[in-house]
Design a protein around this ligand. Structure first.
Ligand code: S3P
Length: 437
């Protein structure tokens, strides 16, 4: 399916999708576990740390900051340096494609007594960093951007002060960056979210929060210490999402996804797909570390269109490209609004999704803050992931229901979060080459 020479994947129409898929571990939780372990007092053990590119970027940066990281019996061991034990990196810190690495690590580095420079790849260097620099400057940090973007230069300051900051965009990365800087600030730092976003940071650090309707207020006290511990990393809901859609849209299908994180701030796609008529069941629900997990089972169903927007968008933000594929296979016109944040991801994901789905024969309208997709048959064709892992995976799923082959260019992008994606997709696809009318 995937050809490493051309970096293309060709997905053939399949009759159904059947099997058990062990998706990679969650990168949001993995980044956090490594970063928190690095500034913790004592040793931490991270179980199931994913070896995809983004989480590896975090480890690379931490090693450059003098953190001792090694593997023991397949468990990642990180020797905590304490809040002020990191060392100046000789070169720049290569965050590559990982926005979470760059934004969260900046929150830690503004509190250090040495300068740092963080760099990104072409995609990350185009993403807005003023969203973290503005609040960090309010806290007294010395942080300089290059025209609003990476590379980021941080210089030491004599002290940071706690602030109260209302997030102007719904972003867990910005929230987490400020809360981490708050560990190094005088007094309390409070972040106010008008739209709640993924809450792994506050759960993992055990931070206090209060909710008033849709508003959430999270506070961290400067000088609080993080203790070394064991961090289990659940399987990634965003990776599982592709198979929830594949299992729903292909006839006679059943897919089981064991030990997937079902944190309510992350798995809004389950509610959306169920509202569209999907049959998704959660089995063996339990808690590991500070996160809920379950075995998720999906069966084929007839999907109908839905209209979504508002507060629910934050809980499905990374899943919208693959949701658009589900919508292309549903009866009726699905409307997705209030999702302008998608234009600020690894690519402009509204444009990339609309362009790719149109190439595959779907009827799609583009809005500034979303899209409308009218369900109908998909034709197959050649689409470009634009180097974005979520677009590559979503179009891979679309390829299973095409009437002809679908070729995905820059298909190697999946290695950012799901290196074995093409193999996993091939393993569940049954009746390959099936002739769809
Ligand atoms: C992430 C937060 C989200 C998400 C990204 C991971 C995180 O980004 O899209 O994949 O781990 O905090 P934003 O905070 O920019 O919305």
């Amino acid at each position: 399916m995937y050809d490493s020479k051309t970096r293309r994947a060709t997905v053939r129409p399949a009759k159904s999708a059947l099997g058990v898929i062990d998706v990679p571990s969650d990168k949001s939780i993995a980044h956090r576990s490594a970063l928190f372990a690095a500034i913790a007092e004592g040793t931490s053990r991270i179980v199931d740390y994913p070896l995809s590119e983004d989480p590896l970027s975090t480890l690379k940066c931490l090693k450059a900051l003098g953190v001792e990281i090694y593997e023991q019996d397949e468990i990642l061991v990180i020797e905590g340096k304490g809040p002020y034990g990191l060392a100046e990196s000789i070169g720049e810190l290569p965050c590559r494609n990982s926005g979470t690495t760059m934004r969260l690590l900046s929150g830690i580095l503004v509190g250090q007594s040495f300068p740092s420079r963080l760099s990104g790849d072409r995609s990350l260097s185009r993403r807005d960093m003023t969203r973290i620099a503005d609040p960090l400057k309010k806290m007294g940090a010395n942080i300089r951007l290059s025209d609003g973007h990476a590379p980021i230069r941080i210089a030491p300051v004599s002290g940071l002060k706690g602030i109260t900051y209302t997030l102007p965009v719904a972003s867990a990365q910005v929230k987490s960056c400020i809360l981490l800087a708050g560990l190094y600030a005088d007094g309390e730092t409070t972040v106010i979210e008008n739209t709640p976003t993924r809450d792994h940071t506050e759960r993992m650090l055990g931070l206090g929060s209060v909710e008033f309707g849709d508003q959430k207020i999270i506070t961290v006290r400067g000088g609080s210490t993080v203790r070394g511990r064991t961090w289990p990393v659940p399987k990634d809901f965003s990776g599982a999402a592709c198979f929830l859609v594949a299992g729903s849209i292909l006839p006679d299908s059943a897919i089981r996804l064991p030990r997937v994180g079902i944190n309510p701030s992350r798995c809004g796609l389950i509610d959306v797909l169920r509202a569209m008529g999907a049959r998704i069941e959660l089995e063996n629900e339990r808690v590991t570390g500070s996160e809920a997990i379950a075995d998720i089972v999906v069966y084929s169903s007839e999907l109908s269109a839905i209209e979504i927007g508002g507060q629910m968008i934050a809980g499905i933000i990374d899943e919208i490209p693959v949701l658009a594929v589900a919508a292309a296979c549903a009866t009726g016109r699905t409307v997705i609004r209030d999702a302008a944040e998608l234009r600020h991801k690894e690519t402009d994901r509204i444009r990339a999704t609309v362009t790719a789905l149109r190439t595959l024969g779907a009827k799609v309208e583009e809005f500034e803050d979303g899209m409308a997709i009218t369900g109908g048959p998909l034709s197959g064709g050649t689409v470009d992931s634009m180097g974005d892992h979520r677009i590559a995976m979503a179009m891979g799923v679309a390829g299973l229901v095409g009437s002809a082959d679908t070729t995905i260019l820059q298909a190697d992008a999946v290695s950012v979060s799901f290196p074995s994606f093409w193999q996993a997709l091939g393993n569940v696809a049954y009746g390959i080459g099936f002739e769809r009318e």
